[in-house]
Design a protein around this ligand. Structure first.
Ligand code: ADP
Ligand code: MG
Length: 346
């Protein structure tokens, strides 16, 4: 039997974990990475180094695999189309295009019956910003529509610092109302055409807009638990999802759920599933692509996942001794960069 090959756009830690899961199921992987030193390098079967303007390398990558998946939604639309024309892209270009643009994403989510997001405004000029900020009580978060992650491209704006934003190029921004949420939770959905499974909601704690800690299970009422799963399945169905999708949510003080954002790929808040579920988010992604079915995750025990950020990485030997530590093999330590994570029973 000729082995099927999975192409992965991006070779960071998510790509690395996808490669590891693929190996378990004897699937070959080929990574397209923009940098020569990347987390997945030792775990993939082959790779191409190039950027998205490098047409020839990209063509070789596409020709070399049978299916393509992603570890980031920030991929030019033209390239998504090109891949989808030749190969099966999971998740679809339609889904990735929604998730890569905050404005599209918010419009899509609010168009679904029973699904809501925070209040937001499209911002195309400084005047838009001024008017919208007043509407939101002189406080808001300005977010670039595209290319943001870990809080990058976001600015908290109020009446004191608004003038600093006069000169900004406002082509692609939204302003969001700042909400005083009770908790942040997320649900991961994985689908084939026939079956849909969900990982139970987990609680996410962020510092400086970067995920710090995920706890399973989320301490929420049964009603909120069920509601978060129903909502996530509904979104997956509307998207005709095949593959995996993480749904980030804000839980308000009155237990109402607002959707924050969607990630159509494995998610940092699902890393606990590697150690503490029968089937991890990465395994279910592989199963959804290659086997046409997905498996119930079956969590084993209460647990926590903690990100190792920036200089904390220097304590990795200590983390290794005490926890299940995962090294992302980054080329250098940077402030605010996720360098690894560890998990523990809770
Ligand atoms: P990213 O793509 O960087 O993850 P998010 O929109 O998820 O962007 O923002 C990162 C974090 O910032 C959120 O998880 C939340 O903690 C905080 N945040 C984002 N938007 C809001 C908001 N409208 N109100 C309050 N907190 C917010
Ligand atoms: Mg987020």
């Amino acid at each position: 039997m000729i082995k099927k090959k999975l192409g992965i756009l991006g070779g960071g830690q998510l790509g690395m974990f996808i490669c590891q899961a693929a190996r378990k199921y004897k699937i070959n992987t080929v990574v397209f990475s923009s940098s020569a030193k990347f987390s997945a390098k030792e775990f993939c079967d082959s790779f191409f180094i190039g950027n998205f303007n490098d047409e020839l390398t990209l063509k070789k990558f596409i020709d070399s695999c049978d299916f393509v998946t992603i570890e980031t939604e920030n991929i030019p639309k033209k390239i998504l189309k090109e891949i989808e024309y030749k190969k099966k892209l999971i998740p679809s270009a339609f889904i990735i295009e929604i998730a890569q643009n905050r404005l599209k994403e918010k419009k899509f989510l609010n168009s679904i019956d029973g699904i809501n997001t925070v209040k937001y405004k499209e911002i195309s000029s400084f005047n838009d910003l001024k008017i919208s900020l007043e509407e939101f009580g002189n406080k808001g978060i300005l977010k670039s529509c595209e290319m943001g992650y870990d809080g990058k491209g976001q600015h908290i704006i109020d009446s004191k610092n608004i003038d600093d934003f006069r000169e900004i190029n406002f082509k692609k921004y939204i302003l969001e109302e700042i909400i005083d949420f009770k908790k942040e939770i997320s649900v991961i959905v994985c689908c084939t055409k026939k079956k849909i499974i969900t990982y139970p909601p987990v609680e996410n704690f962020h510092t400086k807009s970067i995920l710090r800690e995920t706890t399973y299970p989320a301490k929420i009422s049964e009603k909120v638990n069920n509601n978060s799963i129903i909502i996530s399945k509904k979104i997956a169905r509307e998207l005709k999802l095949e593959g995996i999708l993480a749904v980030e949510m804000f839980l308000l003080k009155n237990d109402e759920i607002l959707i924050n954002e969607l990630a159509p790929r494995p998610h940092n808040s699902g890393h606990w599933t590697i150690d503490y579920c029968k089937f991890s988010q990465f395994e279910n992604l592989i199963l959804s692509i290659f086997q046409g079915f997905v498996k119930e995750p079956n969590p084993i025990t209460n647990c926590k996942m903690i990100n190792v950020i920036g200089n904390e990485y220097k304590k990795k030997d200590d983390f290794k001794k005490r926890f299940k530590f995962y090294d992302y093999f980054k080329d250098e330590i940077k402030d605010s960069r996720k360098m690894g994570h560890y998990t523990l029973k809770n």
